[in-house]
Design a protein around this ligand. Structure first.
Ligand SMILES: Cc1cc2nc3c(=O)[nH]c(=O)nc-3n(C[C@H](O)[C@H](O)[C@H](O)COP(=O)(O)OP(=O)(O)OC[C@H]3O[C@@H](n4cnc5c(N)ncnc54)[C@H](O)[C@@H]3O)c2cc1C
Length: 453
């Protein structure tokens, strides 16, 4: 990477951050892409198929991840976080903390012998699989991870938590490359950049916020993200939709769980649930052909290209759409019952279920305040980072990727909930805005200091 070129910093390596990084890097500028997890990919890596085309999510994402990992203009800083940012008006000085993986990434070949040998094998809840599968204390989050390097989970490793791992270190003994270094420490890296794009994504509302749906009480009630992992061929059930050891015959989807609800603090529409629920209903029909499928909805918002057509197709696949917000999920015998008022019929209905899937609201990340504070960014009343509207002199609708801080832009679901096509479009817009700044800085380069570690 050129040491004296104006450079960009991108915070967050989901589809938004990756797309922005590729666009800027392809234009010939250095990019530092900082991702807090051990791999880039974000939520899209957890998805099975994508609406409305039903493309395999990882088939689209993995080549992009590889491109990011191999791009000569991108310095990928995974398992890292931006700790501080200061500006002198011309550029930003950012300090990045690279957390210890306890594995030498230059030496690790990704063979996995360490994970096989780990004493905690099969005993640590796998966050990537939404807690529905277990892994070792040393792990890669998923097989297509970029970089494909192992990381020791400091909260699960026996040595790092208790100071002992039996008589010998199982992972160290098993590693043919001698890559494991349990004494590794975090490293601070200083970078100077001319433009910053924030692409830190979103969280899902805790399903317990709606206790009437009994999530955590009945194992047959799961979130939409858990359902994605259940459907995924590389997920915990290898893509088989199974509940209590058998295929569920009665499946109920509940939309708007927490969204558009003043009582949960989420008055807005989460924008992706209508379509991913249609996708989920289709996947059930595909894999459990004789299942009874019911979708409870408030409204159906199928606004994107091809979305209405997809929704129409799903309705004709013997999926019953019932208008009404369920009041309660309870157990009756060996089945669950979803109680709701069907507002079209104007009468209460009880629908039996062996599986209930909750489309919980898309919410700002729990640490959004820290990210906003780091850069002095404004937040909108919904809690997400504020786009163009933050500046009174700028028309928000015309400058959606601008923030209140010059040369800092936002992309993707950190600004508001959106689907993948809109996220990619916004990332490309943010990249183009950042490129204007970088080109201007390059023209003034002889007088400037430029980027570089
Ligand atoms: C259940 C479900 C199903 C969906 N299905 C579809 C679908 O079929 N089709 C479709 O178009 N859309 C779908 N979506 C929407 C899709 O997931 C989003 O549009 C997309 O993931 C947004 O990407 P992003 O990069 O903005 O955010 P994310 O995917 O959340 O990525 C953000 C990244 O930033 C990282 N990060 C966060 N904070 C920091 C920090 N402080 N420092 C460094 N890194 C940080 C995170 O670790 C993550 O890697 C679905 C969403 C859900 C919840």
């Amino acid at each position: 990477m050129g040491r004296h070129e104006p450079a960009a910093l991108i915070v967050g390596g989901g589809i938004a951050g990756m797309q922005a990084a590729l666009d800027i890097a392809d234009a010939g500028f250095p990019v530092y892409l900082v991702e807090r997890e051990p791999s880039i990919g974000g939520r899209m890596a957890q998805l099975d198929k994508t609406f409305p085309t039903l493309d395999c999510s990882s088939c689209i994402l993995t080549p992009k991840m590889v491109d990011v990992g191999q791009h000569p203009n991108i310095e990928l800083m995974t398992y890292s976080e931006v700790e501080s940012v200061e500006t002198d008006g011309a550029a930003f000085d950012a300090r990045v903390r690279r957390k210890p993986r306890y594995v030498d990434v230059d030496v690790c070949t990704g063979c996995g012998d360490c994970a096989e040998a780990c004493r905690m094998k099969g005993r640590v809840s796998a966050g990537f699989d939404a807690g529905m599968a277990n892994r070792s204390a040393i792990y890669v989050p998923f097989p297509q991870a970029v970089p494909l390097k192992y990381t020791v989970d400091p909260e699960a490793c026996l040595y790092l938590t208790r100071g002992v791992c039996g008589r010998t270190f199982k992972c160290k003994d098993a590693c043919p490359a001698n890559a494991i270094d349990l004494e590794q420490e975090s490293k601070l890296i200083d970078i100077r950049v001319t433009s910053i794009i924030v692409a830190t994504g979103f969280d899902m509302m805790e399903p317990q916020t709606k206790p009437e749906y009994a999530y955590g009480i009945y194992p047959e009630v799961m979130t939409a993200l858990e359902f994605e992992r259940l459907c995924d061929a590389s997920g915990p059930t290898r893509g088989q939709i199974r509940m209590n050891g058998k295929e569920p015959r009665d499946v109920v989807f509940i939309k708007c769980v927490g969204s558009r609800d003043p009582h949960t603090g989420v008055p807005y529409c989460s924008r992706v649930c209508c379509m991913y629920t249609a996708k989920h209903a289709h996947l059930v029909r595909d894999r459990v052909p004789d299942a009874n499928i019911t979708v409870f909805y408030m409204d159906v918002r199928a606004f994107g290209k091809g979305y209405e057509e997809f929704y129409d197709r799903v309705k004709h696949e013997r999926v019953t759409y019932r208008r009404g917000e369920p009041a309660e999920v309870y157990r009756q015998g060996d089945k669950l019952v979803v109680l709701a008022e069907d507002t079209m019929l104007g009468q209460p209905v009880e629908v039996e279920a062996e599986l209930v899937v909750l489309a919980t609201a898309v919410v700002p990340r729990t640490d959004v305040e820290d990210v906003a504070g780091l850069l002095g960014l404004g937040r909108s009343p919904d809690g997400f980072l504020q786009g163009g509207g933050a500046r009174p002199e700028v028309n928000g609708s015309l400058h959606p990727v601008d923030t209140n801080v010059d040369n800092v832009f936002v992309a993707g679901c950190c600004e508001s909930p959106r689907d993948i096509p809109d996220t990619v479009a916004q990332a490309k817009a943010a990249a183009s805005s950042a490129l204007r700044v970088l080109v201007r800085a390059r023209k003034a380069a002889p007088a400037e200091k430029g980027g570089g570690e």
